[in-house]
Design a protein around this ligand. Sequence first.
Ligand SMILES: NC(=O)c1ccc[n+]([C@@H]2O[C@H](COP(=O)([O-])OP(=O)(O)OC[C@H]3O[C@@H](n4cnc5c(N)ncnc54)[C@H](OP(=O)(O)O)[C@@H]3O)[C@@H](O)[C@H]2O)c1
Length: 371
Amino acid sequence: MDRFPNPAASTRRGFFATMNLKPVAIIGASGYSGEELVRLLLSHPRVQLTAVTSRQYAGRTLAQVLPKFAHHPRARTLRFSEPKAELVAKEAQVIFLALPHGVAAEFALPLLKLGCQVIDLSADFRLKSAAVYKDFYEREHPAPALLAQAVYGLPEVYRDQIKSASLIACPGCYPTSILLPAIPLLRAGLVRPGGIIADSLSGVSGAGRKAELDYLFVECNESLRPYGLPRHRHLSEIEQELSLAAGTQVTLQFTPHLVPVNRGILTTLYLAPNARFEQPDDLAEFGKKVAACYQAAYPDEPFVRLLEGQALPDTKNVLGTNVLELAWRLDPRTGRLIVMSAQDNLLKGASGQAVQSLNLICGFPETAGLL
Ligand SMILES: NC(=O)c1ccc[n+]([C@@H]2O[C@H](COP(=O)([O-])OP(=O)(O)OC[C@H]3O[C@@H](n4cnc5c(N)ncnc54)[C@H](OP(=O)(O)O)[C@@H]3O)[C@@H](O)[C@H]2O)c1
């Protein structure tokens, strides 16, 4: 039996609100990040998933399309519907957009006009400049007037702004894996803003659930390859946010790689310390500053795990969680600071982080549904 009776569609949004459950919906629920949102929201203690959309699966139940949720009573009754903003807005107060970029903005506009709060997983509202969007995404921005209104949904950096936002732009998966390690160091002036290098390895789910030659099993399995060089689209938001942190323009060298695993991102950053190592103790002193910087930036963060001792980030320790692991080393031979992070691209890199933002805008504990 369903957890709740099934009120008429026109009154569903208000009905669940009076039950003290926030009615939420996912547009694009049949993709990889949409599927993770379904999983998180079905078991979230403070929300009711009232609508899910998919063009190809409209009319079928969640359980039929995603059998892994068939044990959940709600998944046996909730059916995919066609993606129509007006209909979804009747069902839910908070709407997640797990859509391709360009498409997401077309839904955000009417949903905001209808009084919904929008949490967008696409790249459409991450950039502050429509010109930079056009440059990197090779199309005019579909709703430039909304860019100023959007808040970048990185809770560890923009927690207060997210709380009162009606449009949240969740960061990309690569950006999250680079920004959380680099922002505290740049803000503290511990590293130079120039010459930063980032190497990232990503599982194949990062490309979404689409059929494309490059992502077929035989093309990816037992193979490693870089791609998107030298100007991956995510560079635009990474450089925007790093520049804000540094207070000066940051230009990054970024090389993403596709690795034959389903999910997970491992990033290694190479940074130049803003210090001279002339005396024997200088390196150790700088190391103490780096440790103190991270402790101050992430003192009680539930989803940033600062590794200690010999431990290094490992995707197997974060898969299925909303946690980003972080560790650093100073190389006495090169004088470089090396910072590494691991995360699940579909959780801390997408849907988990989006639910973190949901919790913030709704005033729920930030960890609700995520532990
Ligand atoms: N995958 C990741 O690791 C990741 C991480 C961070 C952010 N993101 C971003 O999150 C968004 C979703 O990514 P994803 O990987 O989940 O994509 P995906 O697996 O390709 O899923 C896309 C979803 O959007 C729907 N859709 C596609 N075109 C549509 C249209 N024109 N109108 C309405 N619905 C449409 C699809 O369903 P139907 O075709 O059935 O309608 C599907 O449910 C993207 O913007 C992506 O860049 C992804």
